[in-house]
Write a protein that binds this ligand. Structure first.
Ligand SMILES: [Cu+2]
Length: 478
């Protein structure tokens, strides 16, 4: 995967070019292009140090408005790159800001109103990596070199037609695909040596939730979960698999040291109960709900994503000790005195998605409530039983999950802490999956360095739900 250190005076162009993604005909990919020393990088991973100031000029050479949304980064409204600030065709804008987030894996993607699903499916996404001193200290201790034993895995499924073109239907629901791309590579494989690896997984699919596990000899290899959306956990947690909803990230360590050369490990999304009810019987009983997705594995079914081939090491294996303290992350705050704001995820009889009684489009794209800057609030997100899992994303602020109740058995069984929390809930997040019937509470500190009114989105990151209005805008005010 191409990579670039994010620095001053970076120029990004949104454009369409063809790439050989699959055997045979090439595939038109809408992407973010960066020309460096006469070399053109498509959707490169951008690395940046915590605290760095960045200044990016951005040219839109697509045939429609677009944006760059810096997913997970705490920015002001103008730099957030939501659909509030579309970049018109042929227009150039500048994104100028300081990166204040913790070290971790974030990502950038298009976010224009009603066209996010279309544009992301066609390729408008890339990864962001923030480093800070704590992260660099851990990396040194682990001894796993970035790019060799510490590898980002950008996971997506795409619906590919017989001519190798990416297929998308505007106004469709839950756009799943028949091909998996890992770091834009189809049929991906990776040669690994016996020893520890660090993988940073990002789900950049439009709608598919993954349940990743590394399968050897029919069984999942144990992993240590060490980080989530907003960086390192305080301590590692042993897991065999986990759920990764659209937009979520997970940072894991895995040990291949007992495997012999010639062994094969599969990165597989395990089967799970998709709980996919959209409350609309007409849709539920549609004769062929997969008609738009020929060849796609149904949501919740087993899906192989990547093969890892164990090869002989050229150097003797080095010892990797995993520190019991990964970072100085403090526990989630005690929120008993914080005000609670209530959100209900639901559909109407026409199959339209809502947050409370709000649908972004029928709501006139207006802010539906405001929060005082510096306020601390609990947001309680309740999902209907006859619903589906929704990956809910907050712009502008990272948050902590403080409780999960009425969770389905497959979530309840992962509980490792009070209040129904699993290992992934113990980190810093910008996206949280709320399962049917569940009530999830998140704690948000609305402190920020900006002034005046800053408007942000709170929405489902199933991009088809988002585009169909499962999104609200709120304002942060002085
Ligand atoms: Cu949703």
């Amino acid at each position: 995967m191409a990579e670039h250190v994010l620095s001053q005076n970076l120029h990004i162009t949104a454009r369409v070019r063809s790439f050989a993604l699959f055997p045979g005909q090439s595939t038109a990919l809408w992407h973010y292009a960066i020309d460096i020393d006469g070399r053109s990088l498509a959707n490169p991973l951008l690395r940046v140090a915590h605290g760095a100031a960045v200044d990016i000029s951005f040219d839109n050479r697509l045939a429609e408005p677009t944006t760059i949304h810096w997913h997970g980064w705490s920015l002001d409204e103008a730099n957030d790159g939501s659909g509030l600030h579309p970049v018109a065709v042929g227009e150039q804008v500048r994104y100028r800001f300081r990166v204040t987030n913790r070290a971790g894996l974030y990502w950038y993607h298009a976010h224009p109103h009603m066209r996010t699903g279309m544009q992301v499916q066609h390729g408008m996404a890339g990864l962001l990596l923030v480093d800070d001193e704590e992260e660099l200290a851990l990396r040194k201790k682990l001894g796993l070199a970035w790019g060799e034993r510490d590898i980002p895995l950008m996971l997506a499924d795409k619906q590919i037609d017989p001519d190798n073109a990416i297929s998308y239907k505007q106004d469709a629901d839950d756009w799943i695909g028949n091909r998996v791309l890992v770091n834009w590579t189809s049929e991906p494989y990776l040669d690994v040596v016996a020893g520890w690896y660090r993988f940073r997984l990002a789900n950049v699919a439009n709608a598919r939730m993954f349940r990743p596990a590394f399968i050897y000899d029919g069984q999942p290899l144990p992993m240590q979960l060490i980080g989530t959306d907003g960086g390192l956990l305080a301590q590692p947690w042993p897991v065999d698999d986990f759920f990764l909803g659209p937009a979520q990230r997970a940072d894991i360590l895995i040990d291949f040291s007992t495997l012999r050369p010639g062994s094969r490990v599969l990165l597989r999304s395990l089967e799970y109960v998709a709980m996919d009810h959209d409350g609309d019987d007409a849709v539920t009983f549609q004769p062929d709900p997969m008609a738009d997705h020929p060849g796609a594995v149904a949501m919740g079914n087993r899906l192989d994503m990547m093969e890892l081939r164990v090869v002989a090491a050229t150097q003797p294996a080095q010892q990797t000790d995993i520190p019991q303290q990964l970072s100085t992350l403090v526990p989630a705050p005690v929120v008993s005195s914080w005000p609670v704001r209530h959100f209900r995820l639901r559909t109407d009889p026409d199959g339209r998605w809502f947050i409370n009684d709000w649908n972004f489009h029928s709501n006139g794209h207006a802010a539906v409530f405001s929060v005082k800057r510096g306020a601390r609030e609990v947001w309680e997100i309740r999902n209907e039983m006859t619903s589906m899992p929704h990956p809910i994303h907050l712009h502008g602020f990272q948050f902590r999950v403080v409780s999960r109740s009425i969770s389905p058995p497959d979530i309840r069984s992962r509980m490792v802490a009070d209040a129904g929390l699993g290992p992934q809930d113990l980190g810093v997040a910008d996206t949280v999956v709320v399962w049917p019937g569940e009530i999830v509470r998140i704690a948000i500190d609305f402190a920020q360095a900006f002034t005046g009114t800053q408007r942000y989105m709170f929405h489902c990151h199933n991009l088809e739900h988002e585009d169909k209005g499962m999104m609200v805008m709120f304002a942060v005010t002085d």
